[in-house]
Design a protein around this ligand. Structure first.
Ligand code: CAA
Length: 249
């Protein structure tokens, strides 16, 4: 058990998630990086890297697409570490295909992992936050949830859905000291980019006014800001960090 504020980052050993873990631990939180059972080796390796860099970050297994697995994960966290007061829902996958080629499994995998997960995980921790009178929930959405993207009917729908969830739950928890917000990154320099054909990615970067990808640390900084106690009057927001790729109200 700890006296520090406990933060859980799902997808915490991925590109953006691991940068968020590093940002939060440097800001003084006790941080747990959630990972999928298939990422066991990667999680152990990442934890060693963090240790070598002087960052004490715990790892916790859980398939966020499964409600039952999230119940188990939450039980373990509560027993070993205490009450999660900062939750970053960052776990996400892509299965990019035009709708013509997309099958039911491509749709289901993305909706379960990217959207159902936000319900599955948040549900475990929301009561602890409202009872404590303090909580920060940050959902990692995407520029493509705001503007839609060719080849991403599943991903764009899930990411837009995350913000609907965010706006609703923000209203439900506003009086209890719990803020709920989205961060919508643009194209970010992570392994996820490797799934995009090089010529397609070049075409996308050419359209970004900043003419480059985001670095994961640039996204993590926004999450750190929203997680701060001093950000207590921001709720239901969807903050873009997209290099100007989609500029809107
Ligand atoms: N708008 C309009 N038409 C387009 C288009 C676009 N953006 N992109 C391609 N097309 C056209 C092509 O020119 C082609 O036309 P013709 O048939 O007349 O030649 C047709 O659509 C088929 O295109 P593709 O050859 O690209 O189709 P494909 O099946 O080979 O590939 C795809 C489809 C897999 C979706 C591929 O286009 C792709 O990977 N696109 C990138 C998707 C993307 O941006 N993913 C983001 C991943 S990162 C992420 O998700 C993180 C985040 O939050 C930002």
């Amino acid at each position: 058990m700890t006296t520090k504020t406990l933060a859980l980052v799902t997808g915490g050993v991925g590109g953006i998630g691991s940068a968020i873990c590093a940002e939060l631990v440097q800001r003084g939180y006790q941080v747990l990086a959630g990972y999928h059972p298939s990422e066991e080796a990667r999680a152990r390796e990442k934890q060693k890297e963090w240790q070598a860099a002087g960052l004490d970050i715990g790892i916790v297994v859980g398939d966020v697409s499964s409600f039952a697995a999230c119940v188990e994960m939450a039980k373990t966290i509560k027993e070993k570490f205490g009450t999660v007061q900062v939750l970053v829902n960052c776990a996400g996958i892509t299965r990019d295909k035009t709708l013509k080629k997309m099958d039911e499994a491509d749709w289901a995998a993305v909706l379960h992992t990217n959207l159902d997960s936000v319900f599955n995980v948040t549900k475990q921790f929301i009561d602890g936050m409202t009872e404590a009178g303090f909580g920060r929930i940050v959902n990692i959405s995407s520029v493509n949830g705001k503007k839609g993207q060719f080849g991403q009917a599943n991903y764009s729908a899930a990411k837009a859905g995350m913000h609907g969830f965010t706006m609703a739950v923000a209203q439900e928890t506003a009086r209890k000291g719990v803020t709920v917000n989205c961060v919508s990154p643009g194209y970010t320099n992570t392994a996820m980019m490797k799934a995009i054909p090089a010529d397609v990615l070049k075409g996308i970067v050419d359209q970004v006014p900043m003419q480059r990808l985001a670095e994961p640390e640039e996204i993590a900084y926004v999450v750190g800001f929203l997680a701060d106690r001093r950000a207590g009057y921001i709720t239901g927001a969807n903050i873009s960090a997209n290099g100007g790729l989609f500029i809107s109200f």
